[in-house]
Ligand binder design. Structure first.
Ligand code: FMN
Ligand code: SF4
Length: 461
């Protein structure tokens, strides 16, 4: 805690552990688990035992609400294989079980309805000959993943897939849905001026670019009614040109605020916004941290057959000079602030939205792991609550820790090793330096035991 702070830890805890009410949802505190998960499920998109354990451990640690990881509304829209989907009614029983597990801890569960669009890392055998559906025919700039501009019948079909996904989430007894409109996936590909190059009514100015998302919001309301929580994750600023200055810069904060206002749809639209930034995933600002070159080299080979630029990226990452230069660019573009990196964007959305409808809530993602920073963010009205991903992977019981003290003994270092391992390994904390032990073997064993804990107990005993 800052020594000059006028607030004690008890003051901060009182702010954080105060319940938050949305229009149709109550959460016991201001701490949300941000979207994060590994490839824990069956190849065909049915959920598995490891994911149940994964979600339960955060609920047990005291988090008020879990927002699921990327949950594809169709096979065509997945990013990686072995992620549980919501593309069919046969997935409802699994998600009902997820809800039951976390509800036992008075923890709410929001499903993130998602579509990769062209940003499909490894689409699996079903997508081998498909280009990613998108607003554009242009491939993504980072990996060179191929794209096909959606026709109007395809737009209508995907709108319906989102609506049916929301209906299934409600039938499964979950507490709400979030549209993944951030970080470069399909909805960003429509919203962003740096990506959407359409000349029909789904492109052009911000109103045209937001039409697709507004249609999704209305189709969801038609299916689930007004009393089911509907949230939108969105980039405060796209920073689309952050790594490649010669491409379009994407949406400004001003455009984002206008889009958010439009998505309120006169009181019938979304209930809350979840503010992020960066129009690709990953992006120097999301998850804001380091770019560990060894891990990058080890796992990026999985992308080699996916995008036209991946072989060139791999050559850059593997070259001792170019790799370090890229890493330096990454760190420079991230900036110095990690904890609360998106707060100014959240504040701008909050200030404008609250004037229109004081019942709309704003959540902010990005680096939060200290009680004083979280309490200040809420007190200053930049947001109503914060979402946390990596800090909770590092310390699953972070909410419980924050009831007692300002931060964890062993903080998340934002090294991003969890992120890069996620391409091939189970998700968990891979920062070796955070594990105790007298020898390399002891520390490594502890780290792996923590990573593998989601598989315990085994499905068959
Ligand atoms: C391994 C990994 C997987 C993630 N998966 C998702 C995802 O499925 N959907 C999403 O919206 N954000 C995803 N994120 C972003 C996080 O939800 C979060 O917004 C971001 O990491 C910043 O928060 P943090 O600093 O608390 O980690 C992921 C991040 C990581 C590190
Ligand atoms: S590997 Fe661990 S310390 Fe590093 S960013 Fe991920 S959770 Fe944090």
């Amino acid at each position: 805690m800052h020594p000059d702070s006028q607030y004690t830890h008890a003051d901060n805890a009182a702010v954080i552990f105060n319940e938050l009410t949305f229009r149709s949802l109550r959460v016991k505190n201001r701490l949300f688990r941000s979207n994060i998960s590994g490839q824990f499920d069956d190849y065909n998109g049915h959920g598995g035992h490891a994911r149940l354990n994964w979600e339960e451990k955060f609920a047990r640690g005291g988090i008020g609400c879990i927002i699921s990881s990327f949950t594809p509304v169709s096979v065509r829209g997945r990013i990686l294989v072995r992620y549980a989907m919501i593309d069919n009614d046969d997935k409802i029983p699994f998600w009902r079980e997820v809800g039951n597990r976390v509800h036992a801890y008075d923890c709410r569960f929001i499903m993130q309805l998602s579509h990769s669009g062209r940003q499909q890392d490894m689409g699996g055998v079903e997508n081998l000959f498909n280009k990613g559906l998108s607003s554009t025919n242009k491939s993504d700039y980072f990996h060179g993943l191929l794209a096909q501009a959606m026709t109007k019948p395809e737009i209508a079909e995907v709108v319906e897939q989102f609506a049916q996904g929301a209906r299934r989430a409600r039938q499964a007894g979950l507490d709400g849905v979030e549209l993944h409109g951030a970080n470069g996936y399909l909805l960003t590909q429509f919203l962003s001026s740096g990506i959407n190059d359409r000349t029909d009514e789904y492109g052009g100015g911000w109103e045209g670019r937001a039409r697709f998302v507004l249609e999704i919001v209305r189709a969801i309301r038609r299916e689930v009614g007004q009393d089911f929580h509907l949230q939108m994750k969105i980039n405060g600023v796209d920073h689309n040109d952050w790594l490649y200055p010669w491409i379009g810069k994407g949406n400004t904060l001003d455009e984002t605020v206008k889009i958010c206002t439009m998505l309120l749809d006169g009181g019938k639209g979304v209930d809350s916004f979840h503010i992020s930034s960066g129009s690709t995933f990953p992006h120097p600002r999301n998850p804001a941290g380091d770019l560990p070159l060894n891990d990058l080299r080890r796992w990026y080979d999985g992308m080699l057959s996916q995008g036209t630029r991946a072989p060139m990226n791999y050559a850059i990452f593997s070259n001792p000079i170019l790799g370090r230069a890229f890493q330096a660019l990454w760190r420079w573009r991230r900036g110095k602030v990690i904890e609360g990196i998106n707060l100014d964007y959240a504040r701008a959305v909050s200030e404008e939205i609250v004037k229109i409808d004081p019942d709309i809530r704003v959540l902010c993602t990005g680096g939060f792991q200290h009680a004083d920073r979280i309490a200040d963010a809420i007190r200053s009205k930049a947001c109503d609550g914060v979402t946390m991903a990596r800090p909770l992977v590092a310390n699953n019981d972070l909410p419980d820790i924050l009831t007692r003290q300002n931060g964890p003994e062993k903080e998340c270092t934002y090294c991003n090793k969890c992120l890069l391992n996620d391409l091939e390994n189970p998700l968990g904390c891979y920062d070796f330096s955070r594990f105790d032990g007298d020898s390399f073997e002891e520390r490594y064993d502890r780290m792996i035991k923590q990573v593998m804990s989601v598989y315990e107990p085994p499905t068959f005993q």
